[in-house]
Ligand binder design. Structure first.
Ligand code: AVI
Length: 326
């Protein structure tokens, strides 16, 4: 009897990206997870998105923080000294507003940015410590769960945890609840969470924010295919796919898809995988949930927080919630 010979796959075939691509492209409908956006080129494209005229999200949240930073810090501190922790901090561009307010109120502050990207955290540390000598930056290179555990173990005193930038919107409602419950589990009474959520609004405005005229979001979406080509030796031709943004009313979310412009076959050589696409078939790459006040407050409450105060821009496009761990 002859032994069955299995095809030899390269070591990359057991990596996180390989698992994601194999599972996502063999299921129906096809999906790819949004973390795949953020290689070096994708992170740069995301920074460019935050500057687009159509992408009101970052600008609007920054306006809210600029106007209310002192109030936010005073409410979170409740007369004590605070440390500030940030989830998914990246380069921490909006955080300076809150750190400044904390320095104004208590003279100095320790800032614990948590992110999986060591380079983004080092950039943030260099920039913040040179601009604000009263801020001590203690980067934590980890995912949220492990990062919050380390932060808790560091004995950071009374804590304000920032989860801003509408990042919570990229999780399904069930996963968002898990994330916030995980944060809550590492907090003590008196600590608080500042959550930034993007709100439901005019559909045309939402669609424009995720399908801008300059095509930056299209390139951001398409970059996933370029990354898979490079890292898994795949044969995607990005010109044979089209970026699509859809509003899903039932789930209150913007969806991003990559639509196949013809019937085609793509090979992912590192996985020894052939993927067939029919004309118009899509890969679902991202959900960006949009909130109502009621849904945001229900999420916080179910996660074990008590709403303390909230701030919005005059158009109510974006809301920042301060919630206490109780
Ligand atoms: C990171 N996240 C909050 C962005 C969003 O708006 O959901 C990601 C993004 N996708 C397309 N444009 C921006």
């Amino acid at each position: 009897m002859s032994a069955i010979s299995l095809p030899k796959l390269p070591a990359i075939a057991s990596s996180a990206i390989a698992m994601e691509v194999f599972n996502g492209l063999t299921e129906r409908p096809k999906t790819l997870s949004p973390w795949l956006f953020y290689d070096q080129a994708g992170s740069r494209l995301f920074e460019a998105i935050t500057e687009l005229p159509e992408y009101y999200v970052t600008r609007t949240e920054r306006q809210i923080l600029a106007k209310h930073a002192a109030e936010i810090i005073a409410a979170a501190a409740g007369g004590c000294d605070l440390s500030i922790t940030e989830l998914g901090a990246g380069t921490a561009t909006k955080t300076g507003l809150l750190l400044n307010a904390a320095v104004a109120q208590q003279g100095s502050v320790t800032y614990y940015p948590i992110d999986v990207s060591e380079t983004a955290l080092e950039d943030a540390r260099t920039r913040l410590e040179s601009e604000m000598p009263e801020v001590t930056v203690e980067p934590i290179v980890a995912d949220y769960t492990e990062g919050m555990r380390q932060n808790n173990a560091a004995g950071a005193g009374r804590r304000l945890v920032l989860y801003i930038g509408s990042s919570i919107g990229n999780f399904s409602p069930a996963d968002a609840l898990d994330v916030l419950r995980g944060v809550r589990a590492q907090l003590s009474p008196g600590d608080s969470l500042l959550l930034g959520t993007d709100m439901v609004k005019d559909t045309r405005m939402l669609l424009a924010a995720y399908d801008d005229a300059a095509g930056v979001t299209a390139r951001f979406n398409m970059n996933m295919l370029v990354r898979i080509n490079r890292e898994l030796d795949a044969s995607f031709n990005p010109h044979l796919f089209r970026h699509q943004a859809r509003w899903n009313e039932q789930h209150s979310r913007i969806e991003m898809h990559l639509e196949s412009l013809l019937a085609q076959k793509v090979t992912v050589r590192a996985l020894d995988l052939q993927v067939r696409f029919s004309l118009g078939e899509t890969i679902h790459t991202e959900n960006s949930y949009k909130f109502t006040d009621q849904r945001a407050v229900a999420l916080l409450t179910r996660a074990g927080f008590k709403l303390q105060q909230q701030w919005s821009d005059p158009n109510k496009w974006f809301t920042v919630y301060l919630a206490a761990a109780n």
